[in-house]
Each structure stands twice: as structure tokens, then as C-alpha cells.
Design a binder for this molecule. Structure first.
Ligand SMILES: Nc1nc2c(ncn2[C@@H]2O[C@H](COP(=O)(O)OP(=O)(O)O)[C@@H](O)[C@H]2O)c(=O)[nH]1
Ligand SMILES: [Mg+2]
Length: 412
């Protein structure tokens, strides 16, 4: 039970205010005159009403409030996102709970919203029945209200891990402010903000003056390492930056692969070194030591090809220079395979992840799950075959938009 006080020139005005704010079910606790009418000022009456505690999420409205993600809620989402990320990495259940925020909403808006939503809820309940083929044991402890059905289904179809989806949904149900829980669009926005905050992104930075950066791309065959390297070379040498860029390839097994990168280097007039064994690797780095950025391409190694992976590791250890190791994966690879790929490349001490082939898939939940599970920050997204244009710096907004709306081109 919560008490609220209202004032007015006469008891009727004060009561009217109380009724507008707290509805017809509020109980009048007391009415008293605070001030008598005088020549200069009107009388003042006070009405105290009590509201059942389950209504405490909608305290009397002093001013109209839009149902939107306000600062308090965003703060709350941030904490939830951090908690969930940690939980996913550790595969543990959450131990903390955060108090939901109570926020006011004008009662007439609230009543209208409730009527509209009831109609919508009925429709969604029916839809829910049709769409959810699996009422599996995994969701046994999670009862999803109809308003959450659309976002749940979209996320599920995106290829996100079922465990993540259920954890995030559970957290949203528990911690989302009650006044937001009735509108599917608001739920979707809350859910999306939560996902964005869970993703780690490595922002592209200037290379500090006097520093040299060495970047190596590793990953399975055919994911787009060589084309991505060519795009990065262009981006750093003449599109976004004006650095001296050099290229080394360790992929000398196939003439085609060597020729592919050689042609790119030639077109961009960039120095190019091909390296066969580890002794040559240090020499090539020395030859390119005048460059601000050295990009290294590697042979595509199936995640199960230990011999090739060991060879890449030998190259990394053959130099005393610090090398930024970027795992390149394709967005069109399913989560189980992405996990295997990451597990097998992880011993190379990965620094970041580049995701390619955004234009070749509809589901991006797999990338979301891999990134949160591994806490490997995302650095670039490759969004097509065109060199040098089809690359953008990674962004959590972009990835989450892709999860819910599909890849819509670079402006999405
Ligand atoms: N559709 C699409 N194709 C890509 C993308 N990135 C690379 N590719 C293509 O994937 C194929 C393999 O690329 P490549 O760079 O040789 O892969 P690597 O074996 O990992 O070096 C080529 O046909 C590329 O044009 C991308 O973002 N989208
Ligand atoms: Mg290649």
C-alpha cells in the first residue's frame, strides 16, 4: 500500500486530481483543510489516498511521460549487459539482482495503452502458438509473455545460442521496468540496447607517432582473409589514413593465392614480401621496418589442420615484435563451427575478430553469441567482395540491427 497526497482549492478538485492520477480503485485515507480562504489567497484542501502496492509501478503522474528508454533504464541495462556477458563467459547463473526503476506515466495514456495492448496481446498469443514449434524442456523454466514473443522468435531465428537467448530473455523479464513491459516495440528496443551493450568492439585508432603496428590475419580457408587484407591496406594507406603500409604473405603454398595478393599490392603500389620459412620472416619485417603498418596474410587453415596452425604459431614466435592477431570468420558459418574455429585458433593469442560475408547471410545471432562467449572484441565487418570499398569498422549498433532487420547495406 502506498500513500499519495493531492491538494486543491476545494476537496472536489483535490479528489479529482487523485482520481486522475491513481484511478478509481484508490482509497481515500483523509481529507483536511490546510488553509482557509482569505482576501488574497484561495483555500487549500489536502486529500491523502492509498494505492494497492501492485500499482506502485504507476505512481501519480505529475507530468506526462513518454514510454521510452530513459537514462535510468539505460544505466540499468548497462549493468545487466555486463552481468550477462560475464555470466555467458563463465556459463554461470546470475547471482545479483537489480531493482527495477519506478517511473510515472499519465494514467489516461496508461489506460489507453493497456486497451491497445490487450488487443495486440490476444493476437500475439495466437501467433505464439503457431510460431513456437518447440515448447522444449530448455525453456521449461521460462514463461514468455505474448508481448515478448516476436523478439524471442526473431532472436531465435538469428542463430543466437538458445542458452544466451533464454538468459537474456529471463533477465529482461526480471529487470525491465514494469511500465515498459506492455509494448512490444519498447520491449524490442530494451532487448536491442541490452545486446548492444554486451558486445565488445575495438575502435579503429590512429597509430601513435613513432609506433609500428603489425597485424596478422588468421582463419579458415576461403573466409576472405586476403581480400580483407587488401581492403585494410587501402583503408590505411589512402582511403581513411595516410600511413606507409607494407604487406607480407605467408601463404606461399598456392601460386594463385600469392598472385592474388601480389596483384593487389601492385595496384596500390605497396611493398610486398613473400615468406616461406621462419628465418625469412624476421628479414621481411626488417625490410619493411620503415612502414607504419605491416599487414600479414596467412595460409587458410582448417580449424582441424593442426600442422598448419602450428606453422602459423611458429611464425608468430619467430619474431620478437608484438603482432596483433586478428581471427577472420564468416558470418555465414553456424555457431557450432564458429566455436570450433575459435577453440582451435585461440592458442595463437587472438586479439580481435573480423567478420566477413555480412551480405551472404540472414542470421547474425551466431556472431553475437561467439563474440560474447569469447569476449573477443570485433574490429571490422566485411560487407561484400569489392576491394577496397566493402569494409566497415565494427559497430555493435550495426550488428544488432542486422540481427533484427537483416543486413540492409552499409547505411543500415
Ligand atoms: N560476398 C562476399 N564475399 C567475400 C567477402 N569477403 C571475401 N569474399 C570472397 O570470398 C572468397 C575468398 O576470399 P579470400 O580473400 O581469397 O579468402 P581467404 O582464403 O580467407 O584468403 C573470394 O571470392 C572473395 O571475393 C564478403 O564480405 N562478402
Ligand atoms: Mg587467402
Amino acid at each position: 500500500m502506498k500513500l499519495y497526497t493531492f491538494t486543491g482549492e476545494n476537496p472536489a478538485i483535490a479528489l479529482q486530481k487523485a482520481q486522475n492520477a491513481c484511478g478509481n480503485d484508490a482509497l481515500v485515507v483523509s481529507t483536511k483543510q490546510l488553509q482557509k480562504k482569505s482576501l488574497t489567497s484561495p483555500a487549500l484542501y489536502e486529500v491523502v489516498v492509498a494505492v494497492e502496492s501492485e500499482k506502485k509501478e504507476t505512481p501519480p503522474a505529475t507530468k506526462k511521460r513518454k514510454v521510452s528508454l530513459d537514462d535510468d533504464v539505460l544505466l540499468d541495462i548497462s549493468s545487466r549487459a555486463k552481468e550477462l556477458s560475464t555470466q555467458m563467459q563463465q556459463e554461470q547463473k546470475p547471482t545479483e539482482t537489480l531493482k527495477p526503476q519506478t517511473t510515472a506515466i499519465a494514467s489516461e495514456d496508461f489506460e489507453k495503452l493497456q486497451r491497445d495492448l490487450k488487443t495486440l496481446n490476444d493476437k500475439l498469443s495466437n501467433l505464439q502458438e503457431v510460431l513456437w514449434e518447440d515448447k522444449s524442456e530448455k525453456r521449461a523454466n521460462l514463461i514468455i509473455p505474448p508481448e515478448f514473443a516476436a523478439i524471442y522468435n526473431t532472436s531465435k531465428k538469428s542463430g543466437m545460442s538458445q542458452v544466451h537467448l533464454d538468459d537474456i530473455m529471463k533477465s529482461t523479464l526480471e529487470h525491465m521496468p514494469a511500465y515498459m513491459k506492455n509494448a512490444p516495440e519498447t520491449i524490442a528496443r530494451y532487448f536491442q540496447v541490452l545486446l548492444k551493450k554486451m558486445l565488445g568492439v575495438r575502435i579503429e585508432r590512429e597509430i601513435p607517432k613513432g609506433m609500428k603496428k603489425i597485424v596478422m590475419l588468421v582463419g579458415p580457408t576461403g573466409v576472405g582473409k586476403t581480400t580483407t587484407l587488401a581492403k585494410l591496406a587501402a583503408r590505411f594507406s589512402f582511403i581513411e589514413h595516410r600511413y606507409k603500409v607494407g604487406i607480407i604473405t605467408l601463404d606461399t603454398y598456392r601460386i594463385g593465392a600469392l598472385e592474388q595478393l601480389f596483384q593487389y599490392a601492385k595496384m596500390m603500389k605497396l611493398p610486398f614480401e613473400d615468406v616461406v620459412d621462419t628465418q625469412d620472416f624476421q628479414k621481411a619485417l626488417d625490410t619493411l621496418s620503415y612502414c607504419d603498418l605491416i599487414l600479414i596474410d596467412t595460409v587458410g587453415a582448417s580449424q582441424f589442420d593442426r600442422e598448419k596452425l602450428e606453422k602459423i604459431s611458429n611464425f608468430l614466435h619467430a619474431s620478437d615484435r608484438s603482432i596483433d592477431v586478428n581471427l577472420v570468420v564468416s558470418a555465414s558459418t553456424k555457431l557450432e563451427d564458429l566455436r570450433d574455429i575459435h577453440a582451435n585458433f585461440a592458442f595463437l593469442n587472438l586479439d580481435t575478430m573480423i567478420v566477413t560475408k555480412f551480405d551472404e547471410t540472414k542470421g547474425f545471432g551466431n556472431i553475437f553469441s561467439l563474440a560474447t562467449e569469447t569476449s573477443l572484441p570485433l574490429s571490422y565487418f566485411s560487407i561484400g567482395q569489392e576491394v577496397p570499398d566493402d569494409i566497415i569498422p565494427a559497430s555493435s549498433d550495426f550488428l544488432v540491427d542486422c540481427i533484427f532487420n537483416g543486413y540492409q547495406g552499409r547505411e543500415s
